[in-house]
Each structure stands twice: as C-alpha cells, then as structure tokens.
Design a protein around this ligand. Structure first.
Ligand code: ATP
Ligand code: MG
Length: 576
C-alpha cells in the first residue's frame, strides 16, 4: 500500500472525552471515527486490524470444530418473548418497530435465534454435537457507553454456541472453547487471565471471563498468589467471618446516637469496631422495596444481590420511600421492621452475636442485637459481600490480591436454560426425547483491539504485535526529491510485496520528521529507513518498533532479513 493513496486521517488534537490511551490512539491514528455516542466507523487502517483479529478467531474456532454462519441483527420480539427475555432484559435491549407496528429488536446476543434454528433442524443424537458461530454486529443500549471501543452501543462480537447431548458433552465443548480463547488472546499478543465469573443476564451457571490485564480495565479481579483461585469481584467469595461469636448474647439496649449517620461515627460513639455493626441498606429491586443487611465494614456486591433477588434493575431507595416503609434514613435497622418488607442478610450477619444496628428511628441505635435469638426476621441469607483485597482466599485461606482487567471474552455453560424454554430437543439412542445441553461463548472484537493497544503502546503511539499489525513493515524514503533513494525504496517495496510481506511505503511528499512520527503513531512492527547511507554505503536502517533496536543492513540483504524477522515475530505469537 502507498501511504499517499491511503484513506487515513491521523489527528493532531484528540477530543477531551477520550480518556484512555487506546481511545486516544485509535482516534489520533485514524483507526476509528465517532458517529454517535458509543457508535463508531472503523476506518481502513482500523478495519485491517479488526480483520486480522477476526481471522485469528476464525482459525481457532474452526480448529475446535466451529462452523461459521451469519444471522440477522433484526429479530422478531416473539422469539425473545418465548425465552422470557423480552421483559427482563431491561433498557439495554434496543427495541424497534416495523412499518406494521410490529415489535422487533436489534440483537444484543443470539441465543434465542440459534436455538430456534437448532430446534427446527436437529432431530437425533446423531446430529450432535454442533458448534455454530458467527462474527456479527451486536446492539446494546448501554447506560454509559465510554472508552471508545471498550463499551459501545454497536459492536462486533464473535459468538459461538455449543449444542451437546448431555453435560459430559458440554464439558468437552466448554474445555475446547477455553483452549481456543487462550490461543486467540495469546496470538493477539494479549496478556490474559481466565477468571471465574458471574453468568449475568445470559443465565445458567459455570462461566469464565478472559481478562486482559490493564489498569484501565473496568473489571476488578481477585486472585490468590498461593493457589490458582481467580475470580471477578462480581462473584469472588470469602470465608464468612462473623464477629462476636462465642460471646453470651446480652440484653438489647437502645442508645442515643444523635447525628451519627455514618458507620464510623456510630462505631466511635459506641466505642466498638465497625465490624461489630450491621448496616441496613434499602434498595428498589425492579421497583420492589427490599432491605439488605451487611457487616458495618463491608460493601454490598450488587451483582450478587441482583442474582439473589432475581432482579434486573437495582437502585438505592430514596428517603421518602424509606420513610413510607416505617424507617428513618440514616438510622435504618431490621428490628421491628414492617412484615411486608423483605430482609436479605449476608451470611456473616446471620451468625453475628451482640451486634449494633440502627434502631429505625431518628438519633437511635441498638446494641447487643442477636439474629439467632430471633431479635429480627431474616427472609434470605446469602453471600452478598463485595470481596476486597486482603480477604481470605476461599480455597486456601491466603490473602487475596487484586488487579484490574478488561473483559475481552466470556464463556458460559447454559445447560438447558434456552433449549427447555424454546423446545430444542433430540431423540437419544433409546428414542427418548431430551433437552439439548448448551453453552455460549463471546469475544468482543473491537474491545480486543482496544485491549491490545492498552497493553502495547508508548508515548509515541501504538506498538502492534506482528500478528495484528495493519501492515507488517513500513518503508520510509527520507527524501522524496532524491531519485536514487526513491528508486531503491520502490524496489524494496516491490520485492517485499512480491514475497508476501505486508508492506506500506510512505511515499508522501512530507518531511522525514512527519513520516517518522506517523510511523511511530501507527505502530508498524518494523520500519525500514532508506536514507543518505543508502547512496553512500549501500545500506538501510531497520528499526524494531517494540524495542527501538536499530540495525544497518546491506540493501541486498534487507528483503531476507525482513522476511525472517516477520516470520520469527509471528512465530513468537504462535502465528505462522
Ligand atoms: P460487560 O460486563 O463488559 O458489559 P458482558 O458481560 O455484558 O460485558 P458478554 O455478553 O459476555 O458481555 O459479551 C461477550 C463479549 O462482548 C464481552 O466479553 C466483551 O468483549 C464484548 N462486549 C460486551 N459488551 C460490549 C460493549 N458494550 N462494547 C464492546 N464490546 C462489548
Ligand atoms: Mg461478559
């Protein structure tokens, strides 16, 4: 490719809304252009990278028995009513109507449609297992689209679905995808860690997220240095540590605590540590009022809580609603609570002895409260605690550490969640009807590109891993007026292209400084500078973008050296 003909649009100024490196660099290097909030065009250079990532994904899916197909974005609401998700998916589901006023949606994922296809096409156990997949556009009307391609409203996803006869089959498919995902991200040059994950709106149980480690990641990972436990904070578990255990339950006392609304203030006034207190937090779960009890020094994990409650939307209740339910904001407590208010308690709370909590009325708290004595009602006991750094590993007890990650992919065991609802069954060897056992497996292609940039950039620009670079090599003739140089550069360009090396030549009439800056910004792994020395000593300079290493090589050897470098850099990434 000739740079003079390339539809590229590097930017000098980056809009302030681009907060993270990948977003800034993608805009500066002209890989993407914003169309609307969370909606982007992929420009030619960016799309080349996307295609390379998609190719790696295809190869790894096919290697495990995946079969590529392509399903529509626009789907009839009926399908989603059958699965029940039309009503529970919430505002993220992009609903549209056709000219006849019929309900459709822009698909955020394709479990319903693929299951409906398989329901119609699969009759017998002989047709299983199956692993259809597609690389296709998804729509999610995200509440906070941000960080460029990290969280969009329209984005490209690879989604594969596995259909097996039984759970043993699902286990095999799941492991195959686990391997495929590990390979995909390794080949893309990403440092990734699979972690145990929540299965969210997709449902089912058993899931891993693949986290590209990065400070700007929106996900928090908890992991153990001693054993290999690793989970997202949405699901991480800890051993419960209830306080007061072993003490004799004392008689309950009401204490005057004026102006003590925070846990710290109450703890100080009562002269006890925060872990002897229970916080009462009021939520609206899909419009229903609930109270939640958690140890004073802990935070509620809203993902766990939403799963326990089986709700989609979870907000704090406002003061007015709290009062309507007979409590005083800032002094809420479970003792004497109205019968119609559901109470969810964290596992620790249910075991605490002699704890303190709000009295439910202004300026008062209670001491020596004992749930096991029946001082108050608990409807549900569950693990709803947000695990924080230093908490004990649930497997080996060592203190957990934290890291931030970008979720680039997720794999789920769905079991029969969709096949049962949609009636996707097969006849087994005995002629008996069985629900098909399913799994689903997604990779965000654009988010993967963004994560690659987060992990591979410096002050000057992107540093593409060879496997996904838009071009492998860039040739920079430093003086476009020097015919000899231009001729040598052209010759090299022809030779490398002939050998199948993806080469870009910067044949623009620009100063060398401009060319070098753009080369660094666009991040091609190898740069060949054809300069004065080419005329004087017959040599050119090869620069490796990632290390800054420079070598002088004879013109006659360049093509061989470059070809070998490209090959070995690809091999390092398990691509050849
Ligand atoms: P998140 O928790 O980040 O919202 P998710 O768990 O809802 O993502 P999945 O349903 O697991 O996403 O989708 C599979 C993959 O698609 C994700 O691992 C991610 O790489 C990508 N993805 C999901 N939502 C978005 C988005 N809004 N923009 C870009 N990529 C996305
Ligand atoms: Mg996910």
């Amino acid at each position: 490719m000739r740079m003079s003909q390339l539809y590229s649009a590097t930017l000098r100024e980056v809009p302030a809304e681009a907060e993270i490196a990948s977003h800034q660099l993608m805009l500066r290097a002209g890989l993407i252009r914003k169309v609307a909030m969370g909606i982007y065009s992929y420009m030619p250079v960016g799309w080349r990278v996307m295609k390379k990532i998609m190719q790696i994904i295809r190869e790894e899916m096919d290697a495990q028995g995946g079969q590529e197909m392509f399903m529509p974005t626009v789907q009839p609401a009926e399908l989603w009513q059958e699965s029940g998700r039309w009503n529970v998916y919430g505002k993220e589901l992009w609903r549209v109507k056709d000219r006849h006023d019929r309900d459709f949606l822009l698909a955020p994922t394709h479990e319903e449609l693929i299951t409906a296809h398989v329901r119609n096409d699969v009759r017998s156990y002989k047709q299983l297992p199956l692993m259809p997949y597609q690389i296709q556009t998804k729509f999610r009307d995200e509440r906070r689209p941000r960080f460029g391609l990290m969280r969009c409203r329209e984005f490209v996803m690879k989604d594969l679905y596995s259909f097996d006869r039984d759970e043993a089959g699902l286990e095999i498919s799941y492991q195959k995808m686990h391997t495929a995902y590990t390979n995909v991200f390794n080949r893309c040059g990403l440092t990734c860690r699979p972690v145990v994950a929540d299965s969210g709106a997709i449902g089912g149980s058993g899931s891993h997220e693949f986290m590209a480690l990065s400070e700007v990641g929106e996900s928090q990972i908890l992991f153990c240095h001693k054993c290999d436990y690793a989970a997202t904070d949405e699901i991480a578990a800890v051993e419960p540590c209830p306080t007061g255990v072993g003490e004799t339950p004392a008689s309950m006392e009401k204490v005057h605590t004026p102006d003590c609304k925070s846990v710290e203030a109450v703890a100080a006034l009562l002269g006890m540590p925060a872990n002897r207190l229970v916080k009462t937090i009021c939520y609206m779960a899909d419009g229903k009022f609930v109270t939640v009890l958690i140890r004073g020094d802990r935070q509620v994990n809203e993902v766990k809580l939403a799963n326990v409650l089986g709700c989609v939307e979870l907000f704090f209740a406002d003061d007015e609603t709290v009062r309507q339910h007979g409590m005083e904001p800032g002094y809420c407590g479970p003792v004497g609570l109205n019968q119609d208010v559901p109470v969810v308690a964290d596992r620790e709370v249910a075991l605490m002895v002699n704890h303190a909590c709000g009295a439910g009325e202004k300026d008062y708290h209670l001491k020596n409260v004992n749930p096991q004595r029946g001082d108050y009602r608990i409807d549900t006991v569950a693990d709803i605690v947000l695990v924080e750094k230093g908490a004990a590993c649930p497997v080996c007890g060592a203190p957990l550490d934290t890291a931030r990650g970008i979720e680039v992919g997720q794999i789920f065991k769905l079991y029969t969640k969709y096949s049962a609802k949609l009636g996707a069954r097969y006849l087994d060897e005995k002629g008996q009807e069985q629900d098909i056992v399913m799994g689903c497996y997604g990779i965000g292609v654009g988010r993967t590109m963004a994560a690659i940039i987060e992990q591979n950039h410096d002050d000057y620009g992107i540093v593409w891993p060879m496997s996904v670079a838009p071009w492998q090599v860039e040739i920079v003739p430093v003086n476009d007026k020097d015919e000899f140089l231009v001729e040598q550069a052209e010759g090299l360009y022809q030779e490398l292209s002939k050998r199948g090396v993806e080469t870009l030549i910067d044949d623009r009439k620009e100063r060398p400084g401009v060319k070098f800056n753009d080369a660094d910004l666009l991040g091609f792994p190898l740069r060949i500078t054809v300069g004065k020395k080419c005329r004087e000593t017959g040599t050119v300079e090869i620069k490796i973008r990632a290390t800054g290493e420079v070598q002088e090589v004879a013109l006659a050897d360049v093509a061989d050296i470059i070809q070998n470098l490209v090959r070995s850099m690809l091999q390092d990434l398990h691509c050849s």
